[in-house]
Design a protein around this ligand. Structure first.
Ligand code: C2E
Ligand code: CA
Ligand code: CA
Ligand code: CA
Length: 274
């Protein structure tokens, strides 16, 4: 932009200002929504690969800005992380999910935890406190975390993880296969479960190499007592192949989309005819 004509450079600057204003506006709106408790939580069913019954749900945050426009989590979660809003949003989602899970005693509940939360020294006590206050067994709760912080600060990440595990909570490694780390490195941390990213689910079915990679990953995880959930399952063929590879749990649009707390309740206990 330096060598561009004056008009062009100005246009560029104006764009930057617009971007900044828009970002600031969204940041304020997000902060206000979180403070007012206007963040919704939906739940996506997770099924057993064998038998296909629901064995858990993953809680996913939703923000309907101004009550109507839905801002995707891939946009507002990074914004919440960058601005510190995650310190309020994270616990809010955890509390809502645990309170909902109180009505579903038969199944587990998974909640996403961002590295920014994991970095917070108060996080383990806070999370365990929320779970206890909600009155559900910690062993029903799985916290999902991506590999990033475990690569960045392995010692510290392991400490936080062990505190949570000592409290009875399970820890799953989320989005495996989307990053660059090998399962060989990550396995030593002692995650309770591995979640295979949608990209690997797709790759596994697309080519013989992809299939072999998927199979090897699941087998290695299994040899370290780490069961595997496959995410982003969209077809019957994928489901069958992933089951064959040894994944014990499956999640994806093929089975169910994320849905309201009420819809999950109806799914688990269908209204009886009278
Ligand atoms: P994730 O943890 O990997 O969650 C799975 C995402 O894949 C969800 O997107 C879900 O709706 C979507 N998904 C599920 N099945 C399928 C499928 O078959 N096909 C496709 N194409 N997509 C599927 P969502 O709800 O938009 O969330 C995106 C990401 O935002 C999540 O990815 C997670 O990283 C983050 N996120 C969402 N809620 C929270 C939260 O409460 N806290 C934190 N820290 N992160 C969250
Ligand atoms: Ca997740
Ligand atoms: Ca994931
Ligand atoms: Ca993700």
């Amino acid at each position: 932009a330096k060598h561009a004509g004056r008009g062009r450079a100005m246009h560029y600057e104006t764009l930057m200002d617009d971007d900044r204003d828009e970002r600031r506006e969204m940041e304020d709106a997000l902060r206000a929504a979180v403070v007012r408790g206007e963040i919704d939580v939906v739940f996506q069913p997770i099924v057993k690969a064998r038998g296909r019954e629901i064995c858990g749900v993953e809680a996913l945050a939703r923000w309907y800005r101004g009550g109507t426009v839905s801002v995707p989590p891939d946009v507002f979660i990074p914004l919440a992380e960058a601005t510190g809003v995650i310190d309020v949003l994270g616990p809010l989602v955890l509390r809502r999910a645990c309170e909902a899970a109180r009505n579903w005693p038969e199944i587990g509940v998974s909640i996403n935890v961002s590295p920014a939360q994991f970095r917070n020294p108060y996080f383990p006590d806070q999370a365990l406190g929320i779970i206890e206050a909600a009155g559900i067994e910690p062993s029903r709760v799985t916290l999902e975390i991506t590999e990033g912080y475990f690569i960045q600060n392995p010692g510290r990440a392991k400490l936080v993880m062990d505190r949570l595990k000592a409290g009875g909570v399970r820890i799953a490694l989320d989005d495996f296969g989307a990053g660059f780390s090998s399962i060989g490195y990550l396995i030593r941390f002692g995650f309770d479960r591995l979640k295979i990213d949608r990209s690997l689910t797709i790759a596994g079915e697309q080519s013989a190499k992809g299939g072999a990679m998927l199979q090897a990953t699941v087998a290695l995880a299994a040899s370290f007592d780490m069961p595997v959930t496959a995410e982003g399952v969209e077809t019957a063929e994928q489901a069958a192949f992933l089951h064959l590879c040894g994944c014990d749990q499956l999640q994806g649009y093929f089975f169910a989309r994320p849905m309201s707390e009420k819809a999950i309740g109806e799914l688990l206990a269908p209204p009886t005819d009278v």
